[in-house]
Structures are given as structure tokens and as C-alpha cells.
Ligand binder design. Structure first.
Ligand SMILES: [Zn+2]
Ligand SMILES: [Zn+2]
Length: 314
């Protein structure tokens, strides 16, 4: 049972009596929206402040390890709005144990996993197997092009990921970041982080989503927004084609849901979104590129199903 928009607003209103800080959420997007890529912020109010500013009702918090105390405090203060996922450095030998413990404590996913390993290597393969065993999705940051001097790459070799999808058919893979989204175009050859211009059909990402039931996509960050913005006609068909596989996420680090305080200093290639709220920008692209029915799948229904979110009790 999930809270519908009216119940959610009603519960928010009820809370107002108890807490002066709680404001009814503005209905910018015509219903509930879950952001599946919301990094847990230091301050217990930071995530909710961001969501309230950009009209996002719910979030999957991506945390490092299992900070259950903080998450429980946030769930108590903002009931029915948060679920969480756990990440570790996949190269550490306790990775499997830590992730298993996090799931036992309530995490509903692995991720985002962002380590300097190959996508088909032993570290991630162990976790592909474990994710299937624990029945949770695994969210991976794929990047083959450093954003700044001294940065590394993550989960490299996405062009060969098909073999992993075949080897681990019960694992729900969620793709994210530069290499996942740049490969939407068939002509991508790791030449830059965020290619622009028309998309050449038949890209690796499109094929993985079409050919493998267990491949899903997280549309967050500049990478997702860039891929969906560069060729509007392609985007319309792409979203229609993969309407049951894609999920809205923001990966936005702005403070207020309006673009304040965000810094792209470390990622000059992503400056097209500096001063903007990635959540608002991507929701706007999705809204104008789809029907209301598909928009609802991308921003709500798919995440409920793929992450097997049982109900919105805190
Ligand atoms: Zn990432
Ligand atoms: Zn934002």
C-alpha cells in the first residue's frame, strides 16, 4: 500500500501542527515523485529541504555503509518519505558482509557502487551474485573518462556488460553515470564524458535495455540529463521504448531544489547544469517528452516495482 498524493499532503498538513518547519509540498509534477538517486546529506533536514524545493515527495537515500540511526531519525521526522540503499568500496574484502548487514537493517538496494574496478571483474561479480541472493537491485556508476586530472574511472568496460547480464539473470542491474548514458549513441568511443548532438541509434545502452530483462536505467545526474536533452525526437521514442525500465533520479547536490549552492567545480564538463537543480531540469525534460501515463511510470511506478518498495511506513 503506498500513500497517494492526497494522503501524503494530508499527512504533511497534519504534521504542520506539530512542526512549524513542515510545509505542504507543492504539487509541481501532478503526483508523487520518487528520486532514486538522493545522496544522504549530513544534516537530517537537507534531503527533505531539497525535495520540498523541487516538488519531489519521496526519495531513495544513497548512503555509505549503514547509518541506521540517522535514517531512522529522518524517517521519524519525515514519515513516509524515505527508503535507503547502502554502498561500500567494493574492493574491500568485507564488502559482501557489510552490504548483507545493511540489507538486514533495512537497506533495499546496493549502491551507488562507485569503485575503480572493471564491470566484469571479480569484485563486482561477487556483488552481482549477492544482490540476486538478497533480492535487491544493484546501482552502478559507470565512467570511463575522468572529469578532472587525477580522477579515476569506475566500473569500466560497459560495452561488455551483456555477459554479466547473462551470467546473473536474477540480478537487477541499474545503470548510471557517464559511460552508461554516453553509450546511448552508437558512435560513442569514450572520447568525452558528455557527448552532445544527435544520437546515432543502436547504442550499447539502448541494446542492453532492450535485450535484457534485468537491465534498468537511472536517469540521474548531468549524464542522464545530457543524454535525454541532446536529441528530443530520439528521447521521445527512447522513453516510450523503455518506459518500464527507466527511473527518475537526480543526484542533485543543490541546497534548495532551485539550484542554490551547487558547485560543479570538480566537474567542469558538467557546467551546463551549474546553478540549476538537476531534479527540476530532468523532471521538466521527462514531462515534455512523455505522456502523463509514462511520466508516472518513470517517476513513481517503476521504482516501486524494481526496488520492491513494500509500503511507505517509516
Ligand atoms: Zn554516480
Ligand atoms: Zn537540486
Amino acid at each position: 500500500m503506498s500513500l497517494n498524493r492526497r494522503e501524503f499532503l494530508a499527512s504533511t498538513l497534519a504534521l504542520t501542527a506539530a512542526s512549524a518547519a513542515a510545509q505542504p509540498l507543492e504539487d509541481l509534477w501532478g503526483g508523487n515523485v520518487i528520486d532514486i538517486h538522493s545522496h544522504l546529506r549530513r544534516d537530517n533536514d537537507g534531503n527533505a529541504m531539497h525535495m520540498d524545493g523541487c516538488g519531489v515527495s519521496h526519495a531513495l537515500l544513497l548512503s555509505r555503509g549503514a547509518p541506521v540511526e540517522q535514517i531512522h531519525a529522518m524517517q521519524a521526522k519525515y514519515p513516509h518519505r524515505f527508503v535507503w540503499s547502502s554502498s561500500v568500496d567494493v574492493t574491500q574484502h568485507l564488502a559482501s558482509r557489510l552490504l548483507t548487514e545493511a540489507v538486514k537493517k533495512g537497506a533495499i538496494g546496493f549502491g551507488e557502487l562507485k569503485s575503480n574496478v572493471t564491470a566484469n571483474g571479480p569484485e563486482l561479480q561477487r556483488l552481482y551474485g549477492l544482490a540476486a541472493e538478497l533480492d535487491v537491485p544493484i546501482l552502478i556508476h559507470f565512467q570511463e573518462f575522468p572529469h578532472y586530472e587525477g580522477e579515476t574511472n569506475y566500473a569500466t568496460g560497459i560495452k561488455k556488460l551483456a555477459r554479466m547480464l547473462e551470467t546473473y539473470p536474477k540480478t537487477r542491474f541499474v545503470g548510471h553515470a557517464d559511460a552508461f548514458w554516453a553509450n546511448i549513441s552508437a558512435d560513442y568511443a569514450n572520447q568525452e564524458a558528455y557527448p552532445s548532438g544527435p544520437i546515432k541509434p543502436g547504442g550499447v545502452t539502448d541494446k542492453l535495455l532492450s535485450d535484457y530483462e534485468n537491465m534498468y536505467g537511472d536517469m540521474s545526474a548531468n549524464s542522464g540529463n545530457n543524454a535525454l536533452s541532446r536529441d528530443p525526437e530520439f528521447t521521445k521514442d527512447f522513453l516510450k521504448r523503455h518506459q518500464d525500465k527507466l527511473m527518475f533520479g537526480s543526484d542533485c547536490s543543490c541546497a534548495d531544489g532551485h539550484g542554490a549552492g551547487v558547485s560543479q567545480d570538480r566537474n567542469p564538463a558538467a557546467k551546463r547544469l551549474s546553478g540549476k537543480c538537476v531534479a527540476r531540469e530532468t523532471l521538466t525534460v521527462l514531462k515534455r517528452s512523455t505522456t502523463p501515463e509514462v511520466f508516472r511510470k518513470l517517476t513513481w511506478e517503476n521504482a516501486q516495482r524494481i526496488y520492491r518498495i513494500p509500503k511507505w511506513d517509516a
